[in-house]
Design a protein around this ligand. Structure first.
Ligand SMILES: [Mg+2]
Ligand SMILES: [Zn+2]
Length: 177
């Protein structure tokens, strides 16, 4: 499936594609859905939104670090950031403001997922070791133990490729297998 290039923020395209796929699963399972924003009579809706507004205020204070000034280990976390936006959305009765808050919820989800994905990105792997310009070894032929004269190299260090001076393998091709 191809998508037009509309996204400027790193990670948002991958997020949108994942949301699109999930929406397809939801539509297959539930069809198009229409529900009230909040059920119950006017008084109970008003009470519920006041409670959500109070929780939003609490999370704003937690995230700003002012909720409990005596807490020495306070730390901004994604749970607090998302809950602040969720409760702000739930506290809204105005449709335009509710919509704007739901966009903020989605944007925090995108940011959180981008952060999760950044933790699992593999660092540039070591493909060879060198001890001076004329001596290159693939990981299989590296001396063991590795003396301090041997420098680990990644593919970025080997712009012009590299041949193991022990076994003759092309270390960049070896790294892809
Ligand atoms: Mg908000
Ligand atoms: Zn080798």
């Amino acid at each position: 499936m191809s998508y037009p290039t509309l996204f400027t923020t790193p990670g948002v395209r991958a997020f949108a594609e994942a949301v699109d796929a999930e929406r397809q699963r939801q539509l297959a399972k539930f069809g198009e859905q229409h529900h009230p924003d909040l059920s119950g009579d006017a008084t109970s809706q008003c009470d519920a939104r006041e409670m959500f507004d109070q929780w939003a205020q609490n999370y704003r204070a937690i995230n700003a670090g002012t909720f409990d000034p005596g807490d020495q280990d306070r730390c901004l976390d994604w749970t607090g950031i998302l809950l602040e936006e969720v409760y702000e959305a739930l506290a809204e009765s105005d449709v335009a403001r509710l919509r704007a808050e739901l966009v903020q919820v989605a944007a925090v989800c995108a940011a959180w997922i981008t952060d999760l994905d950044s933790r699992t990105t593999q660092p540039n792997p070591v493909v060879a070791y060198s001890a001076g310009a004329r001596t290159l070894r693939c990981p299989r032929c590296r001396p063991n133990p590795l003396g301090s004269e041997w420098q680990p190299l990644t593919a970025d260090d080997l712009e012009h490729g590299g041949i193991c001076t022990s076994c003759g393998v092309d270390v960049l091709i070896g790294a892809q297998q």
